[in-house]
Design a binder for this molecule. Structure first.
Ligand code: SF4
Ligand code: SF4
Length: 316
């Protein structure tokens, strides 16, 4: 006879989840789960793969919508909520409560930070984040995977290519062991791959630098940037070659000018950088043969491309 745990896992997988892990709430030293839902006994971590195909357009420099629509929006706004609602329904049918926790993209405790995935204007800053899980840390505590050098969750199945969410519940389950640190070998390729040098040598990401280059401030990696872009900027060459060191104010000004690719009509920004940090990590782990999910051909088919830096009034 299947247990409640079996039923929860089966329900989540039937609704699109790929990985499910369980953590006793005692693993959470910050006690944030209990601040959100005081009776929490277990945190259930749920990971959903980002389709490898959704990154092929940016890898080849052809189309740039798929990662934001299928790799972020569809997962965050449709698949994850549905899977969590159904699993919470099963918990309720057994007399327990379940509280879904999706990553909040627009609320942050820092007074001057940002989230590259959304419009910086839509973010509420300086908000007490005691009511939000630390998503990366929570994923590790639920045994989903390990943190890579640049702070991204890496799993045995998909490397850096997944998104994840959590259910807080008053039901108790046997917990999943915490994953051994075995995928990240500190190769540094995630740092080197960023077209805006947004990741420092110690693996920390500058969110404003990332936001400007996520949106495509580097001409060498943005097929849509016209020659006259940033024509009035005194540091134009530094901006479009990814060498500029941007303050948050300057990053805002630059982001406002990067309108070379039609925006998608939802809340997520198109990633023109193609999440090069994660993709370089994925390519590295795939080459090493350490990922469980195998494909019939390698993700990277050819040398990485780079476009020329155009002088103003020059066309590509
Ligand atoms: S690219 Fe290398 S250093 Fe960066 S997270 Fe992946 S394995 Fe670790
Ligand atoms: S590669 Fe893209 S997502 Fe990664 S740090 Fe650089 S700009 Fe940000």
């Amino acid at each position: 006879m299947s247990t409640l745990k079996d039923k929860i896992i089966a329900c989540l997988k039937e609704n699109g989840a790929d990985l499910v892990g369980f953590s006793n709430v005692d693993r959470f030293a910050d006690k944030i789960p209990q601040k959100i839902f005081p009776e929490t006994k277990t945190v259930i971590g749920i990971a959903f793969r980002i389709l490898r195909g959704s990154h092929r357009g940016t890898e080849e420099g052809t189309t740039y919508y798929q990662y934001s629509t299928t790799g972020i929006e569809a997962l965050e706004e449709t698949v994850m909520p549905m899977a969590m609602l159904k699993a919470c329904g099963i918990l309720e049918d057994h007399g327990f409560a379940g509280l879904p926790q999706k990553r909040n993209q627009t609320i942050m405790s820092e007074a001057d930070s940002t989230n590259p995935e959304v419009d910086y204007m839509g973010i509420y800053r300086g908000v007490d984040s005691e009511c939000q899980l630390d998503f990366e840390n929570s994923a590790v505590l639920c045994g989903l995977g390990e943190l890579g050098f640049h702070g991204t969750l890496l799993t045995d199945d998909f490397g850096p290519l997944q998104r994840y969410c959590f259910i807080l519940t008053d039901a108790e389950f046997e917990q999943t062991p915490i994953a051994e640190q075995r995928l990240c070998d500190n190769c540094g390729e995630c740092v080197a791959a960023c077209p805006g040098k947004a990741i420092s040598a110690d693996g920390k990401k500058d969110p404003w630098q990332c936001a400007a280059y996520y949106k495509g401030a580097n001409m060498k990696k943005n097929p849509f940037m016209p020659a006259e872009a940033f024509a009035d900027a005194p540091e134009r060459l530094a901006i479009i070659t990814g060498e500029a060191k941007l303050s948050s104010e300057r990053a805002r000004e630059i982001i406002d000018q990067i309108i070379f690719y039609p925006p998608i009509k939802q809340g997520y920004v198109s990633s023109i950088c193609g999440k090069a940090c994660d993709i370089s990590c994925y390519v590295h782990l795939e080459k090493k043969g350490v990922l469980r999910k195998k494909f019939n051909s390698e993700f990277r088919k050819r040398e990485e491309w780079q476009l020329p830096i155009l002088e103003i009034n020059e066309t590509a």
